[in-house]
Write a protein that binds this ligand. Structure first.
Ligand SMILES: Nc1ncnc2c1ncn2[C@@H]1O[C@H](COP(=O)(O)OP(=O)(O)OP(=O)(O)O)[C@@H](O)[C@H]1O
Ligand SMILES: [Mg+2]
Length: 224
């Protein structure tokens, strides 16, 4: 069975798509078979990044040609909707062609079919910035999964952390999360001014490696 991982948060802009791109490129780079469903209408930012990846330059070349000439087929990115995905994901998970299915979800949890989709997600990771609004809506997202999909493993990734941020507060919030939700791991991705320019669906960035190792270590995803 393919494992389904999704970054999920009701707050706009904490880094859902960035984290999905980073993890997808990392898994692809490690040779895992990846499928991505971009269900975040109308912007479909994951797919936009894929389109940039494959766009050719004036000389008719794209960076992707290097991958293709090395015999490394691109993993598919499908633009879809929550409803469509909820109707098909149970069958998609049984495919022999994928090890991991990553889903870029819309921010709102107020869409039809989101409950049945949530129950098919193996690991949901909530990206949070270390500020109150992001924390509050992140907690709502964690509570949503705890309540409606108790088998989904939960994680939190602090995004855009600055060195000036209060690490004591961060630790206190992590204790609160663990008290309210059955399983939580946390990891911090520091603020990186250039991440938006370097991001790619295909070429892994080094920032993600410690997060990915932590994710697989704690969730046991690779050993199942
Ligand atoms: N660690 C980081 N450091 C600096 N900037 C970041 C980091 N992570 C994400 N960003 C930037 O924050 C912005 C929002 O990120 P992203 O689009 O991934 O968020 P999102 O949660 O998917 O947003 P939306 O709710 O619109 O789907 C982007 O400009 C992205 O480059
Ligand atoms: Mg997004």
């Amino acid at each position: 069975m393919a494992k389904v991982i999704s970054f999920s948060s009701q707050k706009g802009g904490p880094g859902k798509t960035t984290m999905t791109l980073l993890l997808a490129a990392y898994l692809y780079g490690k040779g895992h078979r990846v499928l991505v469903f971009d269900a975040d209408s109308p912007q479909h930012s994951f797919n936009m990044t894929r389109q940039q990846d494959i766009r050719k330059d004036a000389a008719g070349k794209s960076r992707v040609d290097r991958l293709l000439s090395a015999g490394h087929p691109l993993y598919p990115v499908s633009v879809t909707s929550v409803e469509e995905l909820a109707a098909s994901l149970a069958v998609l998970k049984t495919t022999k062609d994928a090890d991991f299915i990553l889903i870029d979800l819309p921010g709102t949890l107020n869409v039809p079919s989101i409950h049945s989709l949530a129950r098919l997600i193996d690991v949901a990771i909530v990206p949070m910035e270390l500020e109150m609004k992001s924390y509050m809506s992140g907690m709502e997202t964690l509570d949503f999964y705890t309540h409606f999909s108790p088998d989904t493993k939960l994680g939190v990734v602090w995004t855009k952390l600055k060195s000036a941020h209060n690490t004591k507060l961060k630790k206190q919030l992590e204790v609160l999360m663990r008290e309210r939700n059955s399983y939580v791991f946390t990891y911090a991705l520091n603020e990186t001014v250039t991440i938006g320019q370097r991001i790619s669906s295909l070429f892994p960035l080094p920032e993600i490696e410690p997060f990915a190792l932590e994710l697989f270590n704690v969730s046991g995803l690779l050993s199942q």
